[in-house]
Ligand binder design. Sequence first.
Ligand code: GTP
Length: 597
Amino acid sequence: AETSRIRNFSIIAHIDHGKSTLADQLLLKTGTISERDFRNQLLDGMDLERERGITIQMHPVTIYYTRQDQVYELNLIDTPGHVDFGYEVSRSLAACEGAILLVDAFQGVQAQTVATAFLAMENNLTIVPVLNKIDLPTARPEPIIEEMETAVGTKAEDVLKCSAKSGLGIMEVLDAIVDRVPAPSGKQDNPLKALIYNSHFDPYKGVVVYCRLFEGTIKTGQKIKLMRGNTTYVVMEVGQFRPKMQPCDTLIAGQVGYFMAQIKLITDVHVGDTVTDSENPTETALPGYKEPQPMVYSGLYPINNNDFETLREALSRLKLNDSSFTFEPESSDGLGFGFRCGFLGLLHREIIGQRLERDCEIDLIHTSPNVTYEILTRNGQTILIKTPQDVPDAGQIEEFREPIVKINFLVPTSNIGDIMTLCAERRGFYCRTEYLSTTRAILTYEIPLADVIYDLYDKLKSVTRGYGTMDYEMLGYRPADLVRLDVLVHNQRVDALSVIVHRTTAERRGRKLISKLREKIDRHLFEIALQAAIGTRVIARETIKAMRKDVTAKCYGGDISRKRKLLSRQAEGKKRMKMVGQVDIPQEAFLAVLESD
Ligand code: GTP
């Protein structure tokens, strides 16, 4: 390969705007795949993603494009299409010199696309704006080109129009990649410097590392070093994705490909890390490395406690291919033995949950998600709180901090009032409104992550009837008046029922919790006191009266959620109870409290 004829690019697009279809067309039109092999959405990665109809991350691919007897090497490195994977997005962009900004000619610019496009521009990428689906009778190219101009500053004359479905305008897209995206600038003679932007685990070959070379070369037999952990390996194979893995002799500065070096664990490979030659190392690592930080935690408990070990094995298998997912054993009074799992966000949590249920066929209880908090203790320590059970007593807390995100909503202007109400209810801090056109606007808020994760997305979709989109980025931890709200049943604290709440909402939450609980616990021979308390201060109280002779057991009715159905199927008539003190609490009661609503 000749460096001046390499182009590295990614496609930035909102879900369903046609990213996979365009990628497939690029392969087809360049003969990378034959018409015969061509099947829809070739590059869409895993089955699960296809089932959900969204692409988390496509496979990278090297395309050879011949124009006027010149062969160009085009490397398509995709960016994951969801906010949960923001850091992976930033590393994938760091591996490119350009990005196609693909926008649906009917739907227009969406919040996530704007955010990723800005990220690309901050990384000095050349943006190639492309309007897709111009074959649609409903396409409205002019207003949308204007929106793109307002939202991300693209020039109207630079916008290409294509139909990834019919193949119209695809050659123009290829030409624009060659003509507009700069060639990489590194030198082959310099010491090796490569960015790890992704990896996957192959059961036969070990970890396959996806890399972009900035300087130097990498070849089989070479001794390399991963700079973050200072670990050394010998390269066993290097190659390119075409689109299947195809070995080659050497990768040079500017190229994109993979290598394998008998790395056993995916946790030994870190996205964003720098690879160099161990004998002739580069002086400085590439900038921008970050540890993946789980943002959302929740408990996973097997419904049948005997499945604990099976669950552990299943989680370990998942971890082989996803190093951003974490888990550690925990036990709870109410739910028995399970695991506290950390996720990048709610979509990540949902995907892991679905994979688990499919792969290991264990029925699981997912406790409601919570974010991580920081606590500065009186003796000057900062501790990270992953579960309400970790919160120390109030007397030991100097400062309680919660994660805050900056959130952008892209909504019809007629919904601005609704969004403002939603945010006000969630302790949102208003930043600004920016009008893209007379009908659409971007609203920016700073808002506690805890208030975002529960239901904000669903609420946004419902108030905007599907037309609103949002994206958020982490700003950091800020002090807030938070408390741990405990639940006492017959004077005994039940750990699995504790929640972290803002002091101003504690009373309302406490009352709701207790009244839900009252419905779920049967009468006993004695009176049972239910209390919600902050420290020693009781803020809500109810009692379950003692059983009278003429009272038969309470019926369970009303709305039955999927989980509870699952539970009752599992229990097959006999209800699982947990004794707390002298009180039998049905597992249902825990779920009722843990489920957010
Ligand atoms: P995710 O995988 O969810 O990220 O979506 P994507 O951006 O990869 O979109 P995909 O390529 O799966 O296309 C979404 C839908 O739009 C599919 O039903 C495509 O057939 C359709 N589509 C893609 N491009 C065009 C186009 O140019 N015209 C028309 N009419 N439909 C298109």
